[in-house]
Write a protein that binds this ligand. Sequence first.
Ligand code: MLT
Ligand code: MN
Ligand code: ZN
Length: 315
Amino acid sequence: MLIGAEAASPRLRALVLGAAAGGGFPQWNCNCANCAAFRRGIAGFEARTQSSLAVSSDGVRWALLNASPDLGRQFLACRQIQPDDPVIVGLRHTPIASVLLTNGDIDHVAGLLTLREKQPFELFSTAGIAEVIGGNPIFQALDPKFVTRRTVTLDAPFELVDGVTARLFPVPGKVPLYLEGDVVDTDLEGEQTVGVELSGRHGARAYYIPGCARMTEALANRLRGADAVFFDGTLWQDDEMIRMGVGAKTGKRMGHMSMSGPDGSIAAFAGLDVARRIFVHINNTNPVLNDFSAERAEAEAAGWTIARDGMEVLL
Ligand code: MLT
Ligand code: MN
Ligand code: ZN
């Protein structure tokens, strides 16, 4: 699916590899209303893999924004990130030039292990996230002779992939679930959870923010007037998982702001003049996953797109 004008010259291309949050949709062990409806074959539900976006300027070299545990399935599904013709590129090839991590959560880093077959690429993250990856010996599977780890300073622009400049900035969030201690600060603004600003050669400005605990004034000012924002669409309602009986945590406790309500993302974006507002990182309990739900209609009426796997946006 293509949204936007065909690119006559290189611009910014964003390909949703996985639109779901951690667990994916349907989630392997979940029988919530959405997951059960999908398995029963009820119309209006489409499977989605776990959270990742690919970006490119020329459609030849791509950067992965987060490496999903479902990366293998995403490679199968998306021609854009498969090796090119062997006659042209030889026996080993990938369009993936780099990977950027926005936090250390399992849904964003486990796919690094899918990239272990001695293929050169650059791995970008903040020092805080690099420490999490560096502290886990399983990631030594990424041979440093091939995978160059690059630490990025917050708010400093860098070339993410040919023709695409990125800039990382802090957004309210928390440390990864598996590093939570007894006391968890869910409103940390630092290097553990970041958003990404993406600029193309022709001035397009887009943002990727799959996790965000709260809209701050600084974040609102940053996003104002953007061409596109891919934003945290984890939950519709803060206590959704508790109401549905599938979990004990609120969205806030998980470091995610919800779509609805006065503190929700739909309200927060209302005055921001963002041309394309796209929800990603959608949890399997979220009623917007049902194409025919009132919540889906409400989000779309407010100008939002509910991302689907394979959706490509040209800016
Ligand atoms: C989240 O976004 O809250 C995390 O992906 C949770 C997890 O790691 O399962
Ligand atoms: Mn997640
Ligand atoms: Zn479910």
